[in-house]
Design a protein around this ligand. Structure first.
Ligand code: FAD
Ligand code: NAD
Length: 911
């Protein structure tokens, strides 16, 4: 709400959000004035907006007359209140002043200041955050009076704020560009001897942060400094190993490091990432008791490592805090501190006996509302989660012995794993999830870099009458039944999984896909095999039909005959394998015709099919270009064609099939799109930019689902475009086989020339074109480009590459603008970025599309999760990876058997 620039949209957001909550249920249930006051406010506002019949009418009239500005002002006020609850000040000077007040009133004794801002998207963001940190450190140092890192104030650094590519794949950039900034900040902190803590962020950034810390400790300027430190997350299974490593580092460098032990604030994100990426298991514990117990184990390790490590225990959990005190007493360690977040844990630590204990340090975020959101969301999730100590503590229905129960006892009573959180390989019913390499892990990254395509075996193309051979094998193949066919497909899935690394290498080499694209594509091929195998088993067995007595009726599905499967070069493994797997699962024999650009990948896949036990006559490989495809599709003996490629080729194939004199074959065609994304002013800029970058420029824009036209609201377009351009500049363009590469080249010179011609036309028409310069790369590299258009007049067809068109519009006119996109006739993917359900609905109604994505990227459909395929010019359906795909490859037969014909129905007589 604080970021929405226009009043109308702010009002809509308030109306939708507030009216959707059952606020009265929550009123008076919390002991916190903040929760109650805001609930009360939201409830009143909700009533006013909902305008229920009787009582609400007065209110409704009030809203109608003068209400909305009042409601808006109240809601904004409530948001600001929430912000103030968790943020100490808008600037470091305001925070320092407010902090002095808190100290004077005995409500705090010392601070670690955090400059809000994380996840820089552009170099400009990073520079701005670095500047803020530098100024803050200087200001803190000025007021610290050299009290030292233990007793005086300090600073907490979010490394993701300091570089747009702070991730493991971009270690070189991080050391070249982020590290000097970090060193400068550390030197400033050292000059004033204030504490300097590297905050812990997502788990896949842990190792990189440790490498940066390692380098810092080797700096001559920072030698023997006792203020340097980091946060360690106990929810990570690696936490104890991290503490052991950091202790060793401190001893080796002969310096003391400060270690803040937290449980961790990104738990839900870690779980999601592991599932999406198909990891073998989670990097974090899946029970709260597991994390709590890990915290205590880590606490003991930390205390044992003192004084090489200075333990800093950050928790708002009374049980955890008391247990830590007991462990410290047991270990005889007195040099340690507790920490809490500003706005939380006051009650817990107010009771702390001042005596000879260290003061409690308050983590104090500083910043404007623009940068508040991610932090605030983490705090609200933390306070709102059922599992959290503060939540249970405030809930009268949860008894004290539950709130303060011993995590070890709880673990012993079981379960050890979260029962509703299956491991990632098991998240799908009835089939295993594919697994993929994690490029943020050095060992996995180098395994991929080492992988060589020539360890694969390649089937030769089949010559002669491929259709005749397949035809003669089809009846037997169909007769094997779905279970036997499924077994072969599952064996194929396992073979793909076992060869995932060399296949990824081959995808980079032959199809110019980046390593991440390759990992994802192999996974998709595996998922297709397992999914279609399971689907055929589900759908194909004889299904009994409702029948009168004395008669059995049943429906069965069978293969049609011989299918020709024609695939494009841009998913040369997954689409190639997916089409074949579906046709085979349904009992057909297949002639596979891969794209002429990517024969080797097809040959490797065919070889794996055969090694998985598929009789060679059942699947024939026809290598060659469009002419080969044209000849196959003209053959009167074929029963159907599964085609994926351009709309033009689909038309040609359709005409060829229409000319058949014999039985009409079926055509399943999946083609291109002119895919749009509509953004309104409630959308989150950073999320929009992340999703646009992967949607439009990922795979160099050479996906059918890639984003082609981005619609930005007039009110926020400038800001989003600026960040988008900055984020595009931070993308790394180069050799797709190098793990640091984000964007590889264009498939061939002809395709590149087409893109150049398109941009030339746009420039000639006077449109603003922003293009990344890749002249130094040569070859088929093409600089990703953003073209600003006034409307869609210049766009008629899919432009297959990294060119994003941007149109500014008024989201209120989404019906009209949407209709302008709809008349182009495509209907593949569609994106919406908005917090308003009503806006998303309006877009979905205005623009036809087979796959709609709200508040995420528009690429990367997952088999069985997002069945994929388009409407109109984009395809015939049914969707690949969906429940209606297999039946399209089948013919149906109904069997009716008169069971009385033999003289009576025993079932009727025994009723
Ligand atoms: P509790 O209620 O006892 O624990 C809640 C925590 O348990 C959750 O946050 C989660 O970590 C864990 N949990 C919840 N459910 C499950 C489950 N099903 N399975 C496994 N684990 C579960 N966090 C960071 O990530 N990085 C930082 O740098 C960081 N700095 C901080 C600095 C300070 C001073 C403080 C006080 C907190 C900081 N945090 C940081 C946030 C911290 O991670 C959370 O405040 C903390 O997890 C809450 O733990 P608790 O002991 O107060 O509460
Ligand atoms: P393309 O149409 O040029 O070629 C696709 C396949 O058709 C190739 O194997 C080619 O040899 C064959 N072919 C060409 N002419 C033929 C003919 N007359 N008869 C039979 N076969 C013929 O497409 P492409 O350049 O390889 O792939 C890019 C296109 O594919 C883009 O338009 C993209 O949007 C589309 N695509 C769509 C999807 C989807 O699921 N909707 C997925 C990936 C790619």
């Amino acid at each position: 709400l604080l970021r929405v620039p226009d009043r109308d949209t702010a009002d809509k957001l308030i109306a939708e959000t507030i009216a959707s909550g059952n606020w009265s249920k929550h009123l008076g249930r919390a002991d916190s004035w903040l929760v109650n006051a805001s609930t009360w406010g939201l409830m009143i506002a909700g009533r006013m907006i909902k305008t229920p019949e009787a009582g609400g009418r007065v209110m409704a009239r009030l809203v109608a007359r003068a209400g909305e500005p009042i409601v808006r002002a109240a809601a904004l006020q409530a948001m600001k209140l929430l912000g103030e609850q968790f943020v100490l000040g808008r600037t470091i000077h305001e925070a320092l002043a407010r902090g002095r007040g808190l100290i004077k009133r005995g409500e705090a004794s010392t601070f670690s200041f955090d400059m809000l801002g994380e996840g820089a998207r552009t170099a400009a963001d990073a520079a701005r955050y670095a500047q803020r940190y530098a100024e803050a450190i200087d200001a803190i140092v000025a007021g610290a009076n050299l009290a030292g890192p233990e007793d005086g104030p300090g600073v907490s650094i979010k490394l993701s704020a300091l570089h747009p590519r702070y991730d493991a794949r971009h270690e070189d950039e991080v050391f070249a560009e982020l590290y000097p900034v970090l060193l400068d900040l550390a030197r400033r902190a050292r000059a004033g001897d204030i504490s300097f803590c590297l905050d812990a962020e997502e788990a896949d950034r842990l190792i990189l942060s440790l490498k940066l810390l390692d380098r810092l400790t080797a700096e001559p300027d920072l030698l023997h400094w006792g203020g340097l430190g980091l946060a360690v997350q106990a929810y990570q299974k690696r936490a104890r190993a991290v503490i052991a490593d950091v202790a060793e580092l401190a001893r080796n460098r002969d310096m003391r490091l400060m270690v803040r032990l937290v449980k961790g604030a990104y738990w839900d994100g870690e779980i999601k990432r592991a599932q999406v990426a198909g990891r073998p298991d989670y990097s974090v514990f899946t029970t709260k008791a597991g994390t709590d117990a890990s915290y205590l184990a880590c606490a003991r390790d930390l205390l044992a490592a003192a004084p090489a490590l200075y333990p800093q225990f950050a928790t708002h959990n009374a049980h955890t805090a008391i247990a830590v005190k007991a462990l410290a007493a047991e270990a005889g360690v007195r040099e340690f501190e507790f920490q809490r977040l500003h706005g939380m844990g006051e009650a817990l630590y107010a009771g702390q006996d001042a005596g000879d204990e260290k003061p409690v340090r308050v983590y104090a975020p500083v910043g404007q509302h623009d940068d508040l959101l991610p932090y605030l969301v983490r705090r609200l999730l933390e306070n709102g989660a059922n599992a959290s100590f503060v939540h249970g503590f405030l809930d009268d229905d949860v008894s004290p012995d539950i709130v303060a129960c011993d995590p070890l006892a709880k673990l012993e009573a079981g379960p050890m794993r979260g029962p509703r959180i299956p491991i990632p390989p098991k998240i799908f019913d009835g089939r295993e999830n594919s697994s993929g390499r994690d490029l943020s892990i050095t060992a996995e990254r180098s395994a991929l870099e080492r992988a060589r395509a020539d360890t694969l075996r390649f089937s030769a193309g089949d010559e002669g009458d491929v259709i005749g051979v397949a035809l003669s094998a089809q009846i037997d193949w169909n007769a094997r039944g779905p279970k036997a066919r499924g077994d072969i497909l599952r064996a194929m899935a396992d073979a793909l999984q076992a060869n995932a690394d060399p296949l990824t290498a081959l995808l980079a080499h032959e199809a110019k896909r980046t390593l991440q694209d390759g990992v994802d594509e192999v996974r998709e091929a595996i998922d297709f095999c397992r999914y279609y195998g399971a689907e055929a088993e589900r759908l194909m067995p004889l299904q009994p039909l409702p029948s009168p007595v004395g008669e059995d009726n049943a429906l069965e599905l069978m293969g049609r005959g011989v299918f020709v499967c024609i695939s494009p070069w841009n998913f040369p493994l997954s689409i190639f394998t997916g089409q074949i797997a579906a046709a085979l699962a349904a009992g057909n024999c297949v002639i596979a015709k891969p794209a002429e650009q990517t024969p080797r990948i097809a040959q490797a896949a065919i070889q794996l099919f055969r090694e998985a036990g598929l009789p060679p006559q059942v699947l024939r490989l026809a290598l060659g270009d469009g002419a080969v495809g044209a000849k196959l599709t003209a053959d009167p003996r074929i029963a159907g064609v599964a085609f994926t490629g351009s709309t033009e080729t689909a038309r040609a194939i359709n005409r060829t099939l229409a000319a058949h004199e014999g039985p009409l074959p079926v055509l399943i065609a999946e083609t291109g799109g002119l895919n749009g994304m509509f953004v309104d002013t409630t959308a989150l800029k950073e999320q929009v930019v992340d999703d646009v970058i992967v949607s439009a420029f990922g795979s160099a824009g050479q996906r059918c689902s890639s984003l082609r036209v981005l619609f930005l609201p007039h009110d926020t377009a400038d800001g989003i475009l600026e960040t988008l351009k900055g984020a595009l500049e931070a993308q790394i363009i180069g050799d797709p086989a190098n793990p640091r590469t984000d964007i590889g080249p264009i498939i061939d010179g002809e395709a590149k020339a087409g893109l150049e011609a398109h941009l030339a036309r746009m420039r000639k028409a006077g449109r603003t074109v922003t293009q990344i310069d890749v002249a130094n790369l040569g070859g088929n590299f093409f600089g990703p480009a953003i073209v600003e258009l006034d409307n869609l007049d210049l766009l008629e067809r899919e432009v297959f590459g990294p060119i994003l068109h941007v149109v500014r519009y008024d989201p209120d006119a989404v019906q009209t603008i949407g209709a302008q996109l709809a008349v182009k006739g495509y209907g593949l993917t569609l994106g919406v970025h908005s917090r308003l359900d009503s806006f998303a609905e309006a877009v979905i109604h205005a623009v036809p599309a087979g796959n709609v994505y709200v508040n995420r990227s528009i690429i990367g459909a997952v088999v069985g999760v997002q069945p994929f395929g388009g409407l109109g010019l984009s395809g015939t359906g049914p969707k690949a990876g969906g429940p209606h795909y297999i039946p399209r490859f089948c013919v149906e037969r109904v069997r009716t058997i008169n069971t009385t014909a033999q003289g009576g129905d025993p079932r009727l007589l025994s009723l």
